[in-house]
Design a protein around this ligand. Structure first.
Ligand code: ZN
Length: 448
């Protein structure tokens, strides 16, 4: 199997540790949906994997949206009359509402108050707020600090640019030996937040790096782009290629203690859904499957009815369902290397199965073909010879062009890896063919 080596927990843990180190390097960077933060992030990722960069000018029409102006920030603070910084962007980049317009004014507390955001229920956490599509500015702070601010006057500075520029995304493309594509999308637009965002970036980079050293059948594309406007822009620029997309996943939030959570595609029974559910149900880690809803991350765009792609989402805790979500408490201490390793193993198996899965047709379907004559009986080792022979018989029995390998694995309750091994042996012996390249892309093909 393509990434079968990640089945070994010590190998997965080593890669998870490297991913954690990458997250540590990326954590301080102030990212947004546009701007240098994304570029610097991609620079760092590029030390691991080759990236094709795209820079799309502000104002470019993208379906019902347009690429916004580029936001870059140098400094921001609220200071008292002695110049003492009471809220300081340089201490934590969450202190500024992301995409704030520039400000330089002296204000009273009452004037400043409508621009302050804090969490009374978590007085020591800084909230994460954005104002991408509404011209506004603001500061986020610990509720405890807000209560101690005093009446002012305050010097209020946001030294930022919001001006015509570009939207940036990067892709690592691992070419396949056959037709068809698959992709992994992760958002790269969050500033200093660890589980929501950086786990997705680091896990995608780690998987891409492993895949670059191997030869997949499908062409795999790992896309690192901003949330919503990034996936919309990518879709707009790749519309002609979408017919060859077999499978896709949006990933993120992969390092917390929540159970692995697969969110189905809008259609709910695509090949991605069947494979992800098979992997989660046959694994040992706590896992759950949830249905599609038009809320969440970039799956909303990929699964919109005009595209309707076979794209699901893998997270641990979903967005908005853990208390630290979108606050300064979503920091590196929330991310556990063991949980990252488990997420990596799960994704590696999903990717391997997506890549190996295929429809099969029995070329000798009238009665059972004689396996002994072809050296297939008691000759090749599976887990045990007996189990391998069962896998051969199950594969032949359901190789009717309507079942793919994952369907046969589910039906037989044998591991996909064993069914894949049996199918390969039968193909080699001339008893099985794989027509899936033709059928998979038809609108109503069994793989959909
Ligand atoms: Zn988020």
């Amino acid at each position: 199997m393509l990434l079968g080596h990640l089945g070994d927990i010590s190998a997965a843990r080593r890669i998870a540790e490297a991913a954690y180190d990458l997250m540590t390097a990326l954590y301080p960077i102030c990212r947004s949906i546009t701007g240098h933060g994304v570029r610097v992030t991609l620079d760092r990722v590029e030390r691991w994997i080759p990236l094709q960069r795209s820079e799309i000018p502000s104002g470019t029409k993208v379906f019902d949206w347009e690429v916004p102006r580029e936001w870059n920030i140098r400094d921001a603070y609220v200071a008292d009359c002695h110049g003492r910084r009471l809220i300081d962007f340089k201490a934590h980049n969450l202190h500024v509402v992301n995409y704030s317009v520039p400000v330089r004014r002296v204000m009273t507390r009452a004037e400043l108050e409508p621009h302050l955001y804090s969490l009374p229920d978590h007085p020591d956490w800084i909230p994460y707020r954005t104002t991408y599509y509404h011209e506004h500015w603001g500061f986020c702070l610990r509720h405890r600090d807000r209560e101690a601010l005093g009446p002012g006057p305050f010097e209020v500075v946001i030294d930022a640019d919001l001006s015509p520029g570009h939207l940036t995304y990067g892709e690592c493309v691992v070419p396949g030996t056959g037709a068809g594509e698959a992709f992994i999308y992760t958002h790269v637009c969050h500033p200093s937040l660890a589980n929501d965002n950086l786990t997705g970036v680091a896990v995608a980079a780690a998987l891409a790096r492993e895949l670059c050293a191997r030869q997949p059948r499908l062409t795999w594309r790992f896309v690192f782009g901003p949330g919503t406007i990034g996936s919309l822009t990518w879709l707009a620029r790749n519309e002609d290629r979408l017919a060859s997309v077999r499978s896709g996943l949006v990933i993120g939030l992969l390092g917390d203690n929540g159970p692995l959570t697969y969110k189905r595609s809008r259609r709910g029974h695509t090949v991605t859904d069947r494979i992800a559910e098979y992997v989660l149900k046959s694994g040992t880690a706590p896992a759950r499957i949830i249905d599609f809803d038009p809320y969440g991350y970039d799956e909303r765009q990929f699964c919109s009815p005009g595209f309707d792609l076979p794209v699901g989402r893998l997270t641990r805790s979903p967005n908005g369902t853990y208390p630290e979500y979108h606050s300064s408490a979503d920091d590196l201490s929330l991310v556990k290397v063991d949980r990252l390793a488990e997420s990596l193993q799960t994704l590696a198996r999903i990717i391997s199965i997506v890549d190996a899965n295929r429809l099969v047709i029995n070329l000798q379907p009238k009665g059972e073909p004689r396996l002994g004559n072809r050296g297939l009986y008691r000759s090749i080792g599976g887990t045990s010879p007996d189990e391998f022979e069962h896998a051969l018989l199950w594969t032949l029995s359901f190789a009717d062009g309507a079942h793919d390998l994952v369907a046969i694995a589910e039906r037989s309750r044998l591991a996909f890896e064993l069914i894949d091994q049996a199918a390969s042996a039968l193909e080699k012996a001339g008893l099985l063919a794989s027509p899936d390249r033709i059928v998979a892309n038809s609108a109503e093909g069994p793989l959909r």
